[in-house]
Design a protein around this ligand. Sequence first.
Ligand code: ASP
Length: 585
Amino acid sequence: MLRTHTCGELRIDNTGQRVELSGWVQRIRDKGGMIWIDLRDRYGITQLIFQEGETNTEVISKVREMGREFVIKAKGEVKERFSKNDKIPTGDVEVFVDEIEILNSSKVPPFTIEDDTDGGEELRMKYRYLDLRRNIVRNNLVLRHKLAQAVRRYLDSQEFIEVETPVLIKSTPEGARDFVVPSRMNPGEFYALPQSPQTFKQLLMVSGYDRYFQIVKCFRDEDLRADRQPEFTQIDCEMAFVEQEDILNTFEGMTKFLFKEVKGIEVEDFKRMPYSEAMKFYGSDKPDIRFDMKFIELNDVAQNKGFKVFDDAELVVGIVAIGCGDYSRKQVDELTKWVQRPQIGAKGLVYVKYNEDGTFKSSVDKFFDHDALQAWAEKMGAEKGDLMLVLSGDTDVVRKQLCELRLEMGKRLGLRDNSVFAPLWVVDFPLLEWDEESGRYHAMHHPFTSPKPEDISKLDTDPGAVRANAYDLVINGVEIGGGSIRIHDQVTQSLMFDHLGFTKEEAKKQFGFLMEAFEYGAPPHGGIAFGFDRLCALFGGAESIRDFIAFPKNNSGRDVMIDSPATIDQSQLEELNLKIEKQEE
Ligand code: ASP
């Protein structure tokens, strides 16, 4: 080995020892008589010291050839430092170097390899291998590693086995577009990359592998956001001979284990909330329950008082911002503008300040007198000093808007603390979801999800009201995982395909293999998949999953480091029987 110790290892007890270190030059300070180098590797930084007159001149002149990010090997004696640095674990000592070797030189890096770097995102992504040298980024990847190890430990202890499933497959519907791969050996035919290993894990249940998991790449061609990448990682799991309750318990157990192992936190039993409640009280199927600020519906106290905006609305609904009754006119105007931004799209915002002296000041004083506003306050549980914020409109739309406002107010009031974790199971999702564009129902989760037996009779009469055995794990407003109890008999599965508008032929062509498998003794089964990148970001207290992926893609799905996607040679195209027709701009 080219070292006796790492750069994070030496302590006061090592003084007097002769050691050899290898690493990258983080910084050189040359004060003439004395030269210091901060030598860095994955484990930390150790100070090397050279002294004119004491250190061999050949060594000194070599040091003067070096620059940032040179790779060097240094030998010398560990000494106690004169001025100690209590910010780093090796800060009590330094190595007085008498032999040095340059293992490799380095060009001047395009940005400084420091936590507080001067490099912009685009530049750092282009030189991601340098960005990955930074502590901050490395710590994220170490966290990811720790989480993956802990997941494996837990699932192994519960008799799960890790099985790999293929990447070149056929479409698995998870609601996004497929990435496809042309087949050279089968001209004109394409593989699809898995949006998830859904069908394979179900087949494994048919095969009797009753507890499966896989930490697996999935591919979805959809518009990107901070918490989406075209390829991402799932902790994909499936169990046989279980009911919903068993899955929730098993994976609540896993999540608690991860918090304990990786963050040293004991989390309480997870709350549970039906989807309908989540929508009614938080306007979202992934409510952030770190804070309360529930929606309160006001139709009965706010309508028929001559205020047309409310009278015409399907829903009048509000929240209470505790202690914000002293908001200035400017602040309320700014909030109003905030909800009117195109991203939120509200027409306006009604506010009621509940003054400390018991009076009210509102934007609708013309229509609502003191008593009327008092009735609002009572209904909303608002107290003196609070601010009531009310929106109105079509139910689905207004709930979405108020959800955004609630999150924003939560943020402004410091109620969304990243060191607090509030896990929640959202259960009883609808089985189907109406899609305006295609004018028909889609599977809300995926077509293999089972309806609640007591709701099956409504499939023909009121499909939108059928609930599914489907659940999501939501933590701090982020959907961390989702799954369902599956259909395991051919008859129900085929009924489901009918309701989703598949013809018998289409269903057979796409999923014939699964339906056939169900005819050979498929056990009752169900599962869940966790978004592993999101889980890492959540544990790391960050929002962007990109920071937790070694080589992520940018917002247009490009890897700017390797410059992909890229065109391919004509000969490759011919081999694949492909012809490119560029669409006119
Ligand atoms: N395959 C599903 C998904 O990717 C998860 C599951 O149902 O287990 O969301």
